[in-house]
Design a protein around this ligand. Structure first.
Ligand code: N01
Length: 487
């Protein structure tokens, strides 16, 4: 039987999921390249105080590794990272993983892929599977004077444990999921928190209760309970996603819930400042059990005046007010369109990824591209789904990729890539559907691409899973046949 040599780039959620899927399908010749020193991707990089996943623990996990031990309804970042490390070790990925090696380039040679690593090695693979994630390149704001600040400046994804927060006045720039979590965690722990808000956010209320010893015992003893809980959450998210992609009752209901939650802010002036002028879910919905409580504290200040510049001692807003600070936290998000970059990827006829994506990241069914044979992506363009868990997306896409690898192993083809026509049709359909989604209802967000349309799948996650788990349509692909049989 032919055995493909496979490179997986990235050992975060999707890389781990892919590695496990390969092993389960009997593929043994694969290398998992990871530039960091451990598994976990975003959950390894993000260690800021207050980091909690806003998808319930019992849903934010792999179906092949259900964990009865989750401590709370919503897990903390470190708990998820430990879970992912555990899955990687339990499924034998350690022997396949090369930590500390960044893939710098991958070039299709006509006889597979030539993959270059930061360790100087250049190797040949039959397939390259990119599991590089999309929220990893920090967006650093271009604010005049940022370099002059004498205190500490940290982006949320580059947290430094050696920085002492105790007794410090802390500024937080940004009001997304990260900024709200930081403010919720720091309020009351430091003498002063100043949140700089450019745009307010709608906040979905929740309660993060702990699982009792008894309930964990039950989940341990009755695995069916874990499965039931997973599917219950899946049903809830499926209903929620209807509101994302169609106007209607779900959207109206969520709007009502967040507006009601906002009423918990007692001071009308503060409430007005926190009131968005766009629909709920247009930006990624923030889920929090503590932000509104935190922002109403006397030691927390919300600044809505624009930032003019930063000087040695703090932030100066457009009204001339100087906000004295010791630490400045940049919760300013990520370059979400940087998929796979800065890797230099070159497909057939010398076509580079930057050329192919000059107008923005485009793929076929989220996982493949024309001119880049035998290259697959996990959680690639248009496959993130707002608040939907990436564990589920990665599982469905891994199954599709394993399907292709199995066909290669059976000798059905040498290389596969989608046709340009199929890719164009697929992207045109998505663009046509985009206007009915909530993401185009009049706000700025990291979801939007250069053309102002969301780079997200514009239908429900279950519709995507159905598509990606179906048998590929032969006419959508160009297959080349094997010239010689490999050993
Ligand atoms: O980043 P964001 P995030 N001056 O892009 C502001 C995931 N995540 O790190 O809205 C002033 O949402 C910007 O302002 P505006 C999740 O997918 C998940 O919070 O553009 N402000 C905005 O307020 C999430 O969506 C969890 O006007 C500036 C903020 O910075 C994604 O990560 C937890 C600015 C950026 O918000 C990103 O979230 C945390 C400037 N120059 C994150 N530039 C979970 O719970 C930017 N901003 C799973």
């Amino acid at each position: 039987m032919n055995t493909p040599r496979i490179a997986i780039v990235g050992a975060g959620i999707s890389g781990i999921c892919m590695g496990v899927a390969l092993r389960r399908a009997g593929f043994t010749d694969f290398t998992l390249f990871e530039k960091g020193a451990d598994y976990g991707g975003t959950w390894r990089d993000n260690v800021y105080p207050g980091l909690v996943c806003d998808v319930p623990s019992r849903y934010y996990q792999f179906t092949f590794a259900m964990n009865p031990e989750w401590s709370r309804l919503y897990s903390t970042g470190p708990e998820i990272k430990d879970y992912l490390v555990g899955v990687a070790h339990d499924h034998g990925l350690r022997e396949h993983t090369r930590f500390g090696v960044e893939v710098t380039a991958a070039e299709f040679t006509g006889d597979g892929w030539r993959v270059s690593g930061s360790d100087g090695r250049v190797e040949r693979f039959d397939f390259v599977l990119c599991a590089t994630g999309f929220l990893h390149r920090p967006n650093l704001p271009d604010i005049p004077g940022l370099d002059e600040f004498r205190g500490t400046v940290m982006h949320s994804a580059r947290w430094r444990d050696d920085v002492e927060l105790t007794g410090k006045r802390v500024g937080v720039i940004g009001t997304g999921s990260t900024g709200t979590q930081l403010v919720g965690a720091l309020a009351g722990q430091v003498p002063k928190v100043v949140m700089f808000q450019r745009t307010p956010q709608w906040i979905l209320p929740t309660v993060n209760r702990a699982y009792t010893g008894v309930s964990k015992q039950l989940y341990r003893r009755i695995p069916l309970l874990g499965k039931a809980s997973y599917h219950l959450n899946r049903g809830f998210f499926a209903a929620f996603s209807q509101g994302l992609v169609h106007p209607g009752r779900v959207r109206t209901f969520i709007q009502w819930v967040v507006a009601r939650n906002l009423r918990s802010v007692e001071d009308p002036v503060l409430r007005r400042k926190l009131t968005p002028d766009y629909q709920a879910m247009c930006k990624r919905l923030v889920v929090s059990d503590r932000f509104y409580r935190a922002i109403q504290r006397p030691d927390v200040e919300l600044v809505t005046e624009g930032i003019d510049h930063i000087d040695e001692h703090g932030v100066v807003t457009a009204d001339g007010v100087h906000h004295d600070l010791d630490i400045l936290l940049l919760a300013t998000g990520f370059d979400s369109h940087a998929f796979m970059r800065p890797m230099a990827i070159t497909g057939t006829d010398g076509r580079t990824l930057d050329e192919a994506w000059a107008a923005g990241p485009r793929a076929f069914e989220g996982v493949m591209m024309p001119d880049f044979p035998n290259l697959f992506m996990l959680v690639g363009p248009h496959s993130p789904f707002a608040n939907h868990p990436l564990t589920a997306v990665a599982e469905a896409q891994s199954a599709r990729i394993v399907g292709w690898l199995t066909r290669w192993r059976a000798g059905e083809f040498e290389t596969v890539a989608p046709t340009r026509a199929a890719t164009d049709r697929y992207n045109a359909r998505m663009r046509a559907a985009a206007p009915s989604t909530v993401w185009t209802t009049g706000c700025q967000s990291w979801y939007l691409g250069k053309d102002g349309l969301p780079e997200l799948w514009p239908w429900t996650p279950s519709a995507y899973e159905k598509l990606i788990r179906s048998t590929p349509t032969a006419a959508d692909y160009r297959l080349s046949q094997r010239a010689v049989t490999r050993k």
